[in-house]
Design a protein around this ligand. Structure first.
Ligand SMILES: Cc1cc2nc3c(=O)[nH]c(=O)nc-3n(C[C@H](O)[C@H](O)[C@H](O)COP(=O)(O)OP(=O)(O)OC[C@H]3O[C@@H](n4cnc5c(N)ncnc54)[C@H](O)[C@@H]3O)c2cc1C
Length: 402
């Protein structure tokens, strides 16, 4: 990324300002209409997407050779502080979960044919996708026990299994399905990732209403049943048995994507809290003069900044292709805590208003709860961090952040 220009602003600053201006001018005013998730919302979203594309603010998670406008993780982290402010903005710029992560694995592991058939329409914004890994019957936190299978029958895979929490599956064109293809292999080599068209015979998709999610199309979390679904052998992503490794590759950066967006949510809640504290009067003066409220503002400012710096550090390490496993896990559970705390304090400062649909905080509050669970529960990330650090000591060394 270029260094400071004449006005002391970097190219990245300019780009970030462009995203901020677009969101302020077009997305924030449309937030309520988009949240209604009706036909008018679909038309409005299509209009905003066309405008974002025309202005070059499109698919910022993928590099130009994959059809995006991306400039690496560090730049993307910065842009997401803006994009994350409004839940719908990720759709406007075509970098919404789970398509962003799916696009990345198709770019990294897809064959030329797969890229043309599945990645190109994703990047163009003509199709959506889902990632189908978690199953209702076994622990998602420990995916080595997943049961869905794909058995080779001639030159086709025969896929069977039951998944749930396949986000965005309603109305999607295809899913990337984790299935056991090598039952005799060690736990982390048993699964493969296979692309399954959503309209294939034997695929049934049923949205499961989830706390905090209104649930239509992109915003659904679905149970997906695969019954004797046949797909060509060529729909295998990467090598046989590499599903787990690819998932790690996808979920690591994917977690950073989430945290980047949470920074936008934290910042928005913080701005709402400060504004309300200055405006609302009680017991002879503004809430901003109460020491408890001042404490919340100071603690929130410190915690948000800590999350920002952790995110930028992890993003930089990913860009430099360094091992960032500890940084990513540490950030995932820490940022989920900060997200919940900052939104909770903002709700408290708003009193009853914070719980109503007249404030964006109520929706933000319910959405934040899921952050402690998706892409690995907090407890699992704490376990990963402590195991890695303790292993360094057990090996006779020490742990230091590079
Ligand atoms: C909003 C949302 C979107 C999602 N999107 C997708 C998606 O697109 N695709 C997909 O495949 N999945 C998705 N998921 C599923 C998600 O990844 C799983 O819910 C998650 O991995 C946890 O699995 P589980 O729900 O089966 O919980 P379980 O594995 O049953 O764990 C339950 C609880 O046990 C505790 N626990 C587990 N392990 C440990 C441990 N080692 N130490 C201490 N406590 C532990 C934790 O408190 C955990 O919350 C989504 C989930 C949510 C909420």
């Amino acid at each position: 990324m270029a260094v400071a220009g004449a006005a002391g602003r970097t190219e990245l600053d300019e780009l970030r300002a462009a995203y901020r201006a677009f969101i302020d001018e077009h997305v924030l005013p449309a937030e309520d209409a988009l949240s209604r998730e009706d036909a008018a919302a679909d038309a409005l979203l299509a209009e905003l997407r066309a405008r974002a594309k025309a202005e070059g603010l499109w698919a910022p998670h993928l590099p130009p050779e994959a059809g995006g406008t991306g400039r690496g993780f560090l730049a993307y982290a910065n842009l997401n502080e803006e994009i994350g402010r409004v839940v719908w903005a990720q759709c406007v710029f075509n970098c919404q979960a789970p398509d962003a992560g799916n696009g990345e694995i198709l770019h990294l592991y897809g064959t030329e044919e797969q890229k043309e058939r599945w990645l190109a329409p994703l990047v163009a914004g003509d199709a959506r996708s889902f990632f189908s890994m978690t199953e209702p019957d076994v622990s998602g936190a420990d995916p080595t026990g997943l049961r869905a299978t794909a058995v080779l029958d001639g030159d086709e895979w025969l896929v069977n299994g039951r998944k749930w929490f396949s986000s965005g599956a309603e109305g999607a064109a295809f899913g990337i399905v984790m299935a056991v293809t090598e039952p005799e292999a060690p736990p982390r080599r048993r699964m493969s990732q296979i692309i399954v068209p959503a309209d294939a015979d034997g695929v049934e998709i049923e949205p499961v209403p989830v706390f905090g999610h209104r649930g239509r199309g992109w915003s659904t979390h679905c149970e997906v049943t695969y019954t004797d679904v046949r797909v060509p052998f060529g729909n295998l992503l990467g090598e046989r048995g590499a599903g787990f490794l690819i998932a790690q590759k996808r979920l690591g950066p994917g977690r950073i994507h989430h945290v980047m967006r949470w920074l936008g949510q934290m910042q928005r809640a913080f701005e709402l809290m400060c504004t309300r504290a200055l405006e609302r009067e009680a017991f002879g003066g503004p809430l901003a003069e109460k020491q408890t409220v001042q404490g919340w503002i100071a603690d929130s400012a410190a915690e948000i900044q800590a999350c920002r710096l952790l995110t930028l550090d992890a993003a930089r390490k990913i860009d430099e292709e360094r091992d960032a496993r500890v940084e990513i896990s540490l950030l995932k559970f820490y940022a989920a805590d900060v997200l919940s705390r900052v939104i909770d304090r903002a709700v408290q400062v708003h009193g009853a208003l914070g719980l109503t649909s007249r404030s964006p905080l109520s929706h933000m509050y319910t959405m934040a709860r899921a952050a402690h669970i998706y892409d690995g529960p907090d407890e699992v990330h704490r376990m990963v961090v402590s195991r890695r650090i303790l292993q360094a000591f057990a090996d006779g060394g020490v742990w230091r952040f590079g």
